[in-house]
Design a protein. Structure first.
Length: 339
């Protein structure tokens, strides 16, 4: 008789088979590989373990099986993400519940971004994940590595539903991160929808009890007592930030709430300087109507008019001249002839 065949694949091959079985939800193959002493922590080229894969692909049966085999809950992949992190990224509430039930760290921070599971869920608008984490007593105020909170992360992505819920759960609206930024600052610094889609007016809005109409993230912050005149370590205010992001609606709301229009940064940047430099005529108009100082100069001696002229912002130039902005020294006022 011939010699009996012995199945002896390499450890790398066994790892590949193990991960493929997880993808296919093939418990029979998994049990067989386990009997062959397969390493349940075998990683692919991205550093992901079978548990990472099961969590990312939302395969509760596989997650349950791997947890039963005591897979490492704390294992991190090449991005520094745990299985719980990936479940939060993808918004897989049932997987989050299973991992937390197995004692995953609810307030862990990722190696790369330094964010907590709640912050990761919040900034992606994964509302069900936020609910699951908070129902498991995740700390609303647990800070990320940079001092930011879940509320700040949600505000920066205009995830209004999440913002409204976190505020309802008493998240501190005037907490600051390591740089002195508040949630309101994050809100007005959020990316603005394209002009073709409606610009700032097209941002997500949500209805709240006792208030007529739907509200944007910025409006929610104001309703909850956000400090309109808070300043970062560099002296930025919500108004200065909003003015540099083409947010005429936010600028108007801030001014209506009595934001100080002429506050400036440590380098002398004012809201009007920001709006003029970036060619935002609607923002400039709102600031001028609120008595912004049209001749204010920063530490480089730039004024709103000189910046608008430098960059060829014609509409802004016209607004500033009508408001009485002085021409730069050495230049005659427009329309006047020398003798």
């Amino acid at each position: 008789m011939g010699e009996q065949f012995k199945w002896n694949p390499s450890a790398e091959r066994v790892g590949q088979m193990l991960r493929q079985a997880v993808y296919m939800e093939d418990v029979v193959t998994l049990e067989h590989l386990l009997k062959q002493r397969a390493d349940l922590e075998a990683r692919d080229e991205s550093g992901a373990t079978p548990l990472h894969i099961a969590a990312t692909q939302c395969k509760p049966g596989m997650v349950g099986w791997l947890l039963k085999q005591r897979s490492d809950l704390q294992a991190r992949d090449g991005e520094g993400f745990s299985a719980l992190t990936w479940a939060c990224v993808k918004g897989h509430g049932p997987i989050i519940a299973m991992l937390l039930g197995a004692a995953a760290d609810i307030n862990e921070v990722t190696d790369s971004s330094g964010k907590t599971p709640l912050a990761i869920s919040a900034e992606r608008g994964n509302f069900d994940s936020v609910l699951e984490l908070l129902s498991r007593r995740a700390s609303v105020e647990c800070a990320n590595r940079d001092g930011s909170t879940a509320l700040m992360c949600a505000a920066h992505q205009s995830e209004t539903q999440v913002v409204a819920y976190l505020l309802e759960r008493q998240s501190l609206v005037n907490a600051v991160d390591a740089g002195g930024w508040t949630a309101l600052m994050y809100a007005v610094n959020a990316p603005v929808p394209p002009a073709a889609a409606g610009g700032e007016a097209a941002e997500k809005k949500v209805g709240i009890d006792g208030v007529m109409g739907k509200r944007s993230t910025t409006e929610l912050m104001l309703l909850h007592g956000a400090d309109l005149n808070a300043q970062t370590a560099d002296g930025l205010t919500p108004l200065i930030i909003a003015a540099g992001r083409d947010r005429p609606l936010s600028v108007k709301r801030l001014l209506e709430g009595r934001a100080q229009v002429n506050m400036a940064t440590a380098k002398g940047q004012s809201a009007l300087l920001m709006a003029a430099a970036h060619d935002f005529p609607q923002v400039c108009k709102a600031l001028i109507l609120a008595q912004a100082e049209v001749n204010h100069a920063n530490e480089r001696k730039d004024t709103p008019l000189s910046l608008a002229e430098k960059y060829g912002h014609k509409e802004v130039l016209e607004l500033l001249r009508k408001a009485g902005a002085a021409e730069p020294k050495g230049k005659k006022a427009k329309g006047k002839k020398g003798k």
